[in-house]
Design a protein around this ligand. Structure first.
Ligand SMILES: NC(=O)c1ccc[n+]([C@@H]2O[C@H](COP(=O)([O-])OP(=O)(O)OC[C@H]3O[C@@H](n4cnc5c(N)ncnc54)[C@H](OP(=O)(O)O)[C@@H]3O)[C@@H](O)[C@H]2O)c1
Length: 242
């Protein structure tokens, strides 16, 4: 199959392109660096000509609330319109476990808006919802650091290796549309503050008002729900390999 990977130069996208190619598919990486811009629509019609599947693993360059909402709504609308025109038979998108449970976060609101556009588009689809990547843990800590002290909530998250996310995204793209969601998560859930303290050796404070990207966490909102597919690679094993 011809499978276009929007965001195919990114952390997840580059691995998805490689995996699909290894399974005999014609996997095409598409992003601004190859002349395909989902925000402006540039290059979409050409990229989607003859494509069976479009995988969207792009990300907003800016995480500011308005920018990220604009990115995921405009990009998704442009892609879905171009897919309909080109006769694409499957749209696969990567979203985030628990996004709908945390509406105070601008980033997560934008991911929910992205999911709704896909569900209402009429294009057959699969939404893979993943938990936070091991590779993203340092950015979580850095974004919550003031004067060398990290402030994060005590609520749980359940991080996963990007390679395990890419494996599921590639597998999903090669199969029939789910017309629904699939959740994937790492093997263990941890309180976020404890995890950053232990895994990164940072000084971490917490409290009822501590936020993760604009939202408090009360409990297990970011952790896997029932029926989620769990990977086996632990953070310790991943860190030892890295
Ligand atoms: N971080 C996490 O823990 C996490 C967890 C669950 C789900 N997710 C989701 O996973 C997805 C992929 O994340 P990632 O970390 O792999 O992303 P990433 O490494 O930051 O890569 C972003 C990709 O988006 C492309 N891109 C940026 N602007 C674009 C535009 N206007 N048109 C087309 N492509 C554009 C970039 O292309 P260039 O290289 O050409 O700039 C790049 O290929 C995101 O949707 C994110 O919401 C993330």
């Amino acid at each position: 199959m011809k499978i276009v990977v929007i965001g195919g130069t990114g952390l997840i996208g580059s691995q998805v392109v490689t995996m699909l190619g290894e399974h005999g598919h014609e996997a095409v990486a598409a992003s601004p660096s190859s002349g395909v811009n989902t925000l402006t629509g540039e290059g979409l019609a050409e990229a989607f000509a003859g494509a069976d599947v479009v995988v969207d693993v792009s990300n907003s360059p800016s995480f500011a609330d308005a920018d990220v909402m604009n990115f995921f709504t405009v990009s998704t609308t442009n892609m879905l319109e171009a897919e309909k025109a080109a006769g694409v038979k499957h749209h696969v998108a990567l979203s985030i476990v628990g996004a709908a449970r945390l509406p105070k976060s601008g980033y997560l609101r934008a991911k929910v808006a992205q999911e709704k556009l896909i569900e209402g588009s009429g294009v057959p689809y699969s939404i893979v919802e993943a938990t936070q990547f091991f590779e993203f843990v340092t950015r979580i800590a850095d974004s919550a650091t003031v004067d060398g002290v990290v402030t994060l909530p005590h609520g749980y998250f359940q991080p996963i290796a990007a390679v395990d996310v890419a494996t599921v995204v590639a597998r999903t793209a090669a199969h029939d549309p789910l017309n629904g969601r699939l959740e994937i998560a790492g093997p263990e859930a941890f309180p976020m503050d404890d995890f950053i303290r232990t895994a990164l050796g940072r000084t971490v404070e917490t409290g009822p008002d501590a936020e993760y990207f604009g939202t408090t966490l009360e409990g297990r909102e970011l952790a896997a729900g029932e029926g989620a597919e769990l990977s086996t690679l632990t953070y310790e094993e991943w860190a030892a390999r890295a």
